[in-house]
Design a protein around this ligand. Structure first.
Ligand SMILES: *Cc1c(COP(=O)(O)O)cnc(C)c1O
Length: 471
């Protein structure tokens, strides 16, 4: 069997694929969110031997089973921080794979490189950071790693001689991708100094300033401050302007982890004042720009810092005489060489809908989260534990009368599992000050007000079930 398909065979397969996709989208709202499967079942269904002889079009028969064994992310999916997979962008992904440019440098892929640089510029402008440049990556973790690589090379150069010790600061609410990045960079996760967050779960600038002064006095090398523009648990936004001031005073690089929240500044810029004072920023369009996985974005103020960290040759210097657009290479500003055309989905999605549609959707998510938090507050059995500046609501059931703290935690864990099993809404969890919470995070363009208000009745119904079983 030849690997090449004739035109008709391709068209038939593609039509079948589009039909499946359209049916799926049409039935999403009625589906149970969880597939109700088990590890043994998926192993039996998919852990089959590699076929020596091709199945032809019959290979696609099993795609239905893949869909059926997956989570259906309709408007009531509120788990983790997960975007909802906007379908125009999904078509962009298909076209990107068909065209298959290798987005290394303008010389290899003139259109794709220019589209990506344009889209990155659009994102920067949309979050109030005009003039920043950067690149699209696999997600927020990769964007944080890239930002911190720039920071390390700017403040404690290591590319040639290896890593030297240094300190990086963040609040105790920092995402795990930050210590992971420090491990990868050879600084060690111990280099992260976690400043206890305040009662709003934000990084207190005063405590940051004292810690930095202390480390400087002790002769430690200060590398960077990582500020949160939306903590993963509760969506807290650190006071970016004040933190930028403290970072500047102590000569630190300022990286903002905006993987969850920074794109919300499209709808609520007043909450992100100071974002444009960062040296580098991570964004995650596959979260709050509703793009299909995967697409993250790193932005930086000074492309020269990216070249200092990543360019392995002096080639970029030698060709200065030439057209800078035509000599541009992403590999001079990133650890990636071969790169896929992630920008096409974003480009089509933003052009199709326009920025205002995204602004409206983000604003609706913010409003719906507030409505959800209010509905929890007006339910005597429930309490809000953490609701920060964005769209994540952490809450819990107060538990049976006279229950101990451990028992209330266990009750809420059982409650969460029951809510998930019921398949009507999907919540994940967070542990805040030792308290197990149910967590709803709305970064979903399909969510309606009705969907958001379905959470409390679902939790109460699940609780009824648990109570009945206990009797
Ligand atoms: C999701 C998230 C990350 C990691 O992003 P990925 O796209 O999952 O790699 C980092 N920081 C924060 C605050 C996040 O919410």
């Amino acid at each position: 069997m030849s690997l090449e398909l004739d035109g008709d065979a391709f068209r038939r397969l593609a039509e079948r694929t589009v039909d499946l996709a359209a049916r799926y989208l049409g039935s999403l709202d009625q589906k149970s969110i969880v597939p109700g499967t088990r590890g043994r079942k998926t192993q039996a269904l998919f852990g089959t031997p590699l076929p020596e002889k091709g199945l032809g079009a019959a290979a696609f028969d099993a795609v239905n089973t893949v869909f059926a064994q997956s989570m259906a992310k309709n408007g009531r999916f509120f788990g983790y921080v997960l975007g909802s997979g906007e379908p125009v962008a999904a078509l962009g992904d298909l076209l990107a794979s068909i065209l298959n440019p290798n987005v290394t440098a303008w010389r290899s892929s003139p259109a794709a490189v220019t589209v990506e640089r344009t889209v990155v510029g659009w994102l920067a402008e949309a979050v109030g950071c005009s003039g920043f440049s950067g690149s699209l990556v696999g997600g927020g973790s990769a964007a944080n790693l890239l930002g911190l690589t720039l920071a390390r090379e700017a403040r404690a150069p290591a590319n040639v001689t290896g890593a030297q010790p240094g300190v990086v600061y963040a609040s105790s609410e920092v995402h795990m991708s930050i210590p992971k990045a420090l491990s990868l960079l050879g600084l060690g996760s111990q280099a992260l100094r976690r400043i206890p967050a305040d009662s709003q779960r934000r990084l207190p600038p005063g405590a940051l300033d004292r810690a930095m002064a202390e480390d400087t006095a002790a002769g430690r090398r200060i590398i960077a401050v990582v500020a949160n523009a939306g903590t993963v648990n509760t969506g807290a936004i650190d006071p970016l302007e004040e933190i930028a001031q403290v970072a500047r005073t102590h000569g630190a690089w300022l990286h903002v982890d905006g993987a969850y929240g920074a794109l919300a500044s499209i709808a609520a810029p007043e909450r992100f004042r100071g974002l444009n004072l960062a040296d580098s920023i991570s964004l995650d369009p596959h979260k709050w720009l509703y793009q299909p996985l995967d697409v993250g974005c790193v932005l930086y103020r000074d492309a020269q810092a990216a070249r200092a960290a990543f360019a392995q040759s002096d080639a970029y210097v030698q060709v200065l005489e030439e057209d800078p657009l035509e000599t541009f290479a992403f590999f001079d500003e990133s650890f990636e060489l071969s790169r896929r055309f992630r920008a096409l989905k974003l480009w089509l999605s933003l052009r199709y809908h326009g920025l205002s549609a995204f602004r409206d959707a983000i604003r609706a998510n913010l409003d719906d989260a507030r409505a959800l938090a209010d509905s929890v507050r007006s339910t005597p059995e429930l309490e809000v534990i953490g609701f920060g500046d964005l769209s994540a609501v952490c809450f819990r059931h107060r538990g049976p009368a006279n229950a101990s703290a451990d028992e209330v935690n266990a009750w809420n864990l059982a409650l969460l599992q029951r809510v998930q099993q019921r398949g009507r809404v999907y919540l994940s969890n967070a542990i805040l000050e030792g308290r197990f919470c149910l967590r709803a995070c709305i970064t979903n363009h399909r969510t309606t007000r009705e969907d958001a208000l379905a959470v409390v009745p679902e939790v109460l119904a699940a609780e009824k079930e648990l109570e009945t079983e206990q009797k």
